[in-house]
Design a protein around this ligand. Structure first.
Ligand SMILES: N[C@@H](CCC(=O)N[C@@H](CS)C(=O)NCC(=O)O)C(=O)O
Length: 221
């Protein structure tokens, strides 16, 4: 396979999930920064809409003949899993695979869309401050549900002692929850411990937002 190209943004949680998977699977990729802003972000430009009609990141380009473009982090991760089954990110047991997918969906459809820059800024325009309150609410509810499911399956990671897709969704989401003012360690110590275990792995450390080339200096973040 030719070198992959990942269109993303340093602090995008959906891009972060893909960065972790690329690192875990040892896949080299060029990272192209798409600067996100609610009003005049690069994601709104026609060139980007041609790659991702949802005008969001990430988008993964797989060069070749034909060149393929895949959007939606779940679809990208499932594709990487199928193309590169070494370092599997789904358990073998069908019920545990379903559990991983349940956890993925709690974040992917139950939490993250509610904290996205577009809905929160639209809600804020209708009622100043309500966008932040709404994002915080969905983080609280979703992460409580995530923790309840993980209570049944956790080892070092969300499901047992091997990293799965659930961990790739959890780590960026906890970062988001902290940005909304939630004390993750106090609310969900089990999730904090998993976050710590993931953070100790090089593949996770290299995917962190603040070490990406497009991250601003800490004082401007
Ligand atoms: N379901 C999509 C969500 C993508 C998404 O929400 N991306 C955010 C950044 S994490 C984005 O591009 N936001 C730009 C906007 O809302 O205008 C995925 O998993 O790829």
């Amino acid at each position: 396979m030719n070198r992959l190209i990942l269109y993303g943004y340093w602090r995008s949680s959906a891009t972060w999930r893909v960065r972790i998977a690329l690192n875990l699977k040892g896949l080299d990729a060029e990272h192209v920064a798409v600067h996100l802003s609610a009003t005049d972000g690069d994601q709104l430009r026609p060139e980007h809409a041609a790659l991702n009609p949802m005008r969001q990141v990430p988008a993964l380009v797989i060069p070749g003949e034909p060149r393929r473009v895949v959007t939606q982090s779940v679809a990208i991760l499932e594709l990487l899993e199928e193309l590169h089954p070494e370092t599997p990110l789904l358990p073998k047991d069908p019920f545990l695979r379903a559990r991983v997918r349940e956890l993925v969906e709690i974040v992917n459809s139950g939490i993250q869309p509610h904290q996205n820059i577009t809905p929160t800024s639209r809600i804020d325009a209708l009622s100043p401050g309500a966008g932040r309150a709404s994002a915080r609410h969905f983080n609280q509810v979703g992460l409580a549900a995530f923790d309840a499911l993980v209570a049944e399956t956790a080892g070092r990671f969300c499901v047992g002692d091997a990293v799965t897709l659930a961990d790739l969704f959890l780590v960026p989401q906890l970062y988001g929850a902290r940005r909304w003012g939630i004390n993750v360690a106090a609310e969900w110590p089990r999730l904090q411990a998993i976050d710590d275990a993931c953070g100790a792995l090089d593949a996770f450390a290299r995917a962190r937002p603040e070490v990406q080339a497009d991250a601003p200096p800490p004082e401007q973040a």
